[in-house]
Design a binder for this molecule. Structure first.
Ligand SMILES: *[C@@H]1O[C@H](CO)[C@@H](O)[C@H](O)[C@H]1NC(C)=O
Ligand SMILES: *[C@@H]1O[C@H](CO)[C@@H](O)[C@H](O)[C@H]1NC(C)=O
Ligand SMILES: *[C@@H]1O[C@H](CO)[C@@H](O)[C@H](O)[C@H]1NC(C)=O
Length: 463
């Protein structure tokens, strides 16, 4: 286990110093510091035989000499992959020739996790390569791979099933490519995975609930075409970052989101979510950013939000919220930006107004139903909406369109009639004690915004 820990340590060190393309590692301050580099399990090394992988022939030119059999397999994998690359405008793979795979651009070798005497491929980093192509089954031969970074390329198609052999993969970043199809199921078998970034692709369908039972620390799934309800087991996930924005998720935010023990930043922005916010969100004791803008969520801000001692930024804009922005929210110790634009709020606490005047709080409140505020909705619209207040207990959580229901494969949220007695008093999440007890990050206002701005991709490099 010691060697395994040091293997990852080494591979990460080397990527910091060797790879000029290591973007994902330095881009996200939160997950990086949380990555439990030494907590990987030895059990991952005992692999089940995979007939698909075993059927791949490892035949190479007998004149080529390899340092060890793993590097020979890696050679086969990388050569096959190179053949599946249709365009490589920066010639990233130009030097992918010959048996010395550890010298290939974007490939980093390290000591094997289970044998310190041999080198093996630990990292592939082709970030910003603009390479067009697809992933070949042979990539499953890279069974020691810890990091795969393919951010900002033009890879398309699906993940070959053999990728489920990447049991040591720790970081998977395929963001800003053209992958499509359902959520890539080989990911479900990547038992060491901590960091999953598949944003800006064309994945569709529903999220498999299993991902929330994995030990993944960061889910960055925004700007895909995922739809349907959010899995109800979301609360099982130890993730600190959950970004699901710009998809087509429908239904309610599951109550047990509040049980995610370490959640710091969550965005559901620009989906089709309905219903009310569950009171359980108040249990998220490390939450710093909460973003549900551009959905169709109604009802009040849950009372329990007054327990969010670490929250800095709340964005509820472009929904159907109503009720009051309470002083208990505005006076939270770290809150600095509450955005409620385009809702039906009709009251703001006196203390809130004072903090705004003193420039201690940003509260963007346009297009609501607030008396004595500028740029509010027409009286008529407000009185109509406020005449029919939302009852969160009966509002239900139905899917919005027929297609969603048809494709549903796992049980949806609790039907309307079965109203579970709402737990209004937040109880501490019943979770195992973390080996690395997360501390709330120090408050730095710029970091809170940048944390999310970082999730907006830079324009593609190149001409
Ligand atoms: C949003 O949800 C409300 C019910 O809460 C519904 O009446 C309304 O039609 C929905 N709006 C849109 C734009 O779907
Ligand atoms: C507050 O948050 C909103 C919504 O995310 C954003 O548009 C606005 O620029 C933020 N205000 C400041 C001062 O950062
Ligand atoms: C007010 O309501 C009308 C009719 O429902 C709608 O067309 C209009 O866009 C609304 N205006 C605002 C500012 O919400």
């Amino acid at each position: 286990m010691q060697t395994l820990g040091s293997f990852f340590y080494i591979s990460l060190i080397s990527i910091f110093y060797i790879s000029p393309f290591s973007i994902a590692l330095i881009k996200y301050p939160v997950p990086v510091t949380r990555r439990g580099l030494t907590s990987l399990k030895q059990t991952n090394l005992n692999r089940e035989p995979d007939p698909l992988l075993d059927s791949i022939k490892i035949e190479v030119d007998p004149n080529l000499k390899f340092e060890n059999p793993r590097l020979k397999k890696a050679y086969v994998a990388l050569q096959e992959w190179k053949k599946a690359m249709i365009s490589d405008p920066y010639q990233m793979t130009k030097n992918w020739v010959g048996p010395d795979v550890c010298l290939y651009t974007g490939v980093v070798c390290a000591q094997a996790p289970d044998d310190e005497n041999i080198a093996t491929v630990a990292v592939i980093d082709l970030n910003f390569g603009d390479i067009a192509g697809y992933l070949v089954p042979h990539l499953g031969l890279l069974t020691d791979l810890a990091i795969l970074h393919l951010h900002s390329n033009r890879f398309f198609g699906i993940f070959p099933p053999t990728l489920s052999n990447l049991k040591l993969l720790f970081e998977l970043d395929v963001s800003n490519n053209h992958f499509s199809g359902l959520f890539p199921s080989p990911v479900l078998a990547m038992s060491s995975l901590k960091f999953l970034d598949i944003r800006y692709n064309e994945f569709e369908g529903q999220l498999p609930p299993q991902i929330f039972d994995m030990d993944i620390d960061a889910f960055i799934l925004n700007n895909n075409r995922f739809y349907n309800h959010l899995p109800k087991n979301i609360g099982n996930s130890p993730a600190t970052v959950l970004v699901l924005s710009n998809n087509k998720f429908s239904g309610c935010i599951p109550r047990n989101l509040g049980q995610m023990p370490y959640l710091e930043q969550v965005s559901f922005a620009n989906n089709r979510l309905t219903g009310c916010l569950p009171e359980e969100i108040g249990m998220l004791k490390y939450l710093t950013v909460f973003d549900v803008r551009k959905n169709n969520i109604s009802g009040p801000i849950p009372k329990s939000f007054e327990n969010l001692k670490t929250i800095g930024k709340i964005d509820l804009s472009c929904n159907q919220f109503s009720g009051k922005v309470d002083d208990s929210l505005c006076t939270l110790p770290r809150i600095w930006n509450i955005t409620i634009t385009d809702n039906y709020f009709n009251e703001i606490g006196a203390e809130c107004d004072k903090l705004i005047k003193d420039h201690k709080l940003v509260l963007l409140d346009k297009d609501n139903c607030l008396a004595n505020k500028l740029d509010q909705r027409p009286e008529k619209n407000c009185s109509l909406a406020l005449k029919n207040p939302v009852n969160c207990k009966t509002i239900g959580c139905q899917a919005r369109d027929h297609v969603d229901l048809k494709n549903r494969k796992f049980p949806g949220p609790t039907p309307k009639v079965q109203n579970p007695s709402p737990k209004t008093t937040p109880t501490p999440p019943s979770v195992r004690d973390p080996p690395h007890t997360p501390k709330p990050p120090p408050l730095q206002q710029p970091t809170m915004t940048t944390a999310f701005n970082d999730l907006i991709l830079p324009p593609k490099t190149g001409s």
